[in-house]
Write a protein that binds this ligand. Structure first.
Ligand SMILES: Nc1ncnc2c1ncn2[C@@H]1O[C@H](COP(=O)(O)OP(=O)(O)OP(=O)(O)O)[C@@H](O)[C@H]1O
Ligand SMILES: [Mg+2]
Length: 465
């Protein structure tokens, strides 16, 4: 993935948005600290100046101008001389004493607390310092100025501004780098998924999305995608198998049909022989049609029943009807067919599809049970829902084959001698699935027992439906 793509991801944009909010709020906090602290220094200076002025006024009251001049001379040389500014000036602002060279021009008219730039000598350099000062007019035209050098405040301000600039710059740098890193990291995971889907689209169905093992949402996504791919692969394999089976199962009877016709044609013309061949051909064609019909029924059942075809149905009459059709067949084979109903089982079914499923089960039971034997069909209004059972006393299906026989065109070795396509149970399975019913093949000791358990239907309402 190119670095430019990482900058375009949603993650990176989100990181940028968070960064902006974070930087702005940090900036606000720092600005507040700056303002509050620098204000505190201002107030402190103001208090110091006021205290000095009050002291000096007291001196003046006691000793007059001479007292003030003496005190200012002393203080101008005292320990706070480089921090404090003092000046006593005459009526025309001429300097009398103090540590200022002259009365600052901007303070001639203004009284009270004033802030102004003052040029001071530091060693042999001249420096401009912000100075806060208060002036006071003494009774006989003299002027008094007390000020404080605000160097401390300026230094503090500079330090704070520097700190703010640094922290904002660092925040930005770390934020951008972090956002970029996270975005690249996530993009790598997304890229892996994209690469896999690309490979799969190119025809490699075996590819799977790598799972990092961290259990995060990407892992969950990868696992879900892989499960979906497994499912698709299974279905595709099933489809391929079915297509191959269909081709195979159609080719054998068609070949048989064709060679029979060909043989008859080569032989001496004989009407009786022709009739016999044509009859055999019609039978073969019927079987082929039956196979196609079975396949169509399965496809239909698998496509799901239309909602309007599903009806709340009492199962005993429906099962009776189907069983009646198979009664002669069972009798002819020397089997006893019994139908029993426990309560009135009710289910929400497509009558046509369910009849077909029961017919297929009866067909199997009669076909695979040798005489003498018994076939039993039962319906039961169970507490969990309707149950339909078809059981026989035949050879049954080995437990390890019970899943396989539900597949299309699957027939057990022992049944090769009997006619059939291996589609009957596939249809039953498809019908069960569309009805949300559970299909179970169990041992009838001896024989096979097939159970269809339907979901419970809500109580009938007034219209009987
Ligand atoms: N009642 C049963 N007793 C013993 N084996 C059975 C029984 N029902 C099904 N089988 C076995 O399961 C296989 C699959 O059954 P299925 O109904 O799907 O196909 P079929 O009966 O062979 O052909 P078709 O139903 O398409 O005519 C059968 O070939 C048979 O081997
Ligand atoms: Mg069958």
């Amino acid at each position: 993935m190119s670095p430019r793509n990482a900058l375009r991801t949603t993650t990176f944009r989100l990181a940028l948005a968070y960064l902006a909010i974070f930087v702005a709020s940090s900036g606000l906090v720092l600005a507040f600290i700056y303002w509050a602290t620098s204000g505190a220094i201002d107030r402190e200076s103001e208090q110091i100046i006021e205290a000095e002025l009050t002291g000096l006024r007291e001196q003046y009251r006691q000793w007059g101008i001479v007292g003030i001049v003496r005190v200012i001379e002393e203080r101008s040389k005292g320990e706070r001389a480089d921090e404090m500014r003092y000046l006593v000036a005459g009526p025309r602002f001429e300097r009398i004493t103090g540590n200022l060279t002259g009365w600052p021009a901007e303070l001639r008219e203004r009284r009270g607390l004033v802030e102004f730039p003052l040029t001071v000598r530091v060693g042999d350099r001249a420096e401009v310092r912000a100075t806060m000062a208060m002036t006071f007019d003494l009774p006989n035209g003299f002027h008094l100025l007390v000020g404080r050098d605000m160097k401390e405040r300026s230094e503090f301000r500079q330090r704070v501004i520097g700190a703010i600039a640094w922290s904002l710059a660092l925040m930005l740098a770390f934020g951008l780098a972090g956002g970029y890193w996270v975005s690249r990291h996530l993009m790598r995971r997304v890229d892996a998924i994209n690469r896999t889907s690309g490979d799969i689209r190119a025809g490699d169905l075996k590819q799977r999305v790598p799972v990092a093992g961290s259990g995060d949402e990407f892992d969950q996504l990868a696992r879900n995608l892989n499960a979906m791919l497994d499912q698709i692969e299974r279905l595709m394999a099933g489809m391929r198998q079915v297509t191959a089976n269909v081709a195979h199962d159609m080719r054998t009877p068609l070949n048989r049909l064709r060679s029979r016709l060909e043989l008859t044609l080569i032989e001496k013309p004989d009407e009786a022989r022709y009739r016999e061949t044509i009859q055999a051909t019609i039978d073969e064609a019927d079987r082929l049609i039956a196979t196609f019909n079975a396949m169509l029924s399965i496809a239909e059942a698998e496509a799901g029943s239309k909602a309007e075809a599903m009806e709340r149905t009492e199962l005993p009459p429906l099962v009776d009807q189907v069983a009646e059709l198979y009664e002669p067949l069972a009798e002819e084979k020397g089997l006893v067919l019994t139908v029993a109903h426990a309560g009135v089982a009710v289910a929400h079914v497509d009558r046509h599809l369910l009849s077909q499923a029961v017919a297929n089960l009866l067909d199997n039971a009669i076909k695979y049970t040798p005489a003498p034997g018994r076939v039993t069909v039962r319906t039961e209004a169970g507490p969990q829902g309707a149950v339909v059972t078809v059981a026989d006393s035949g050879p049954g299906i080995p437990a390890d084959q019970r899943e396989a026989v539900l597949g299309r065109f699957v027939r057990l070795e022992q049944s090769r001698s009997t006619p059939g396509n291996g589609l009957g149970l596939s249809l039953v399975q498809a019908v069960a699935t569309t009805h949300g019913a559970e299909l179970a093949l169990t041992d009838n000791a001896p024989g096979l027992c097939v159970t269809l358990r339907f979901p419970r239907v809500p109580e009938a309402r007034g219209n009987g439906k």
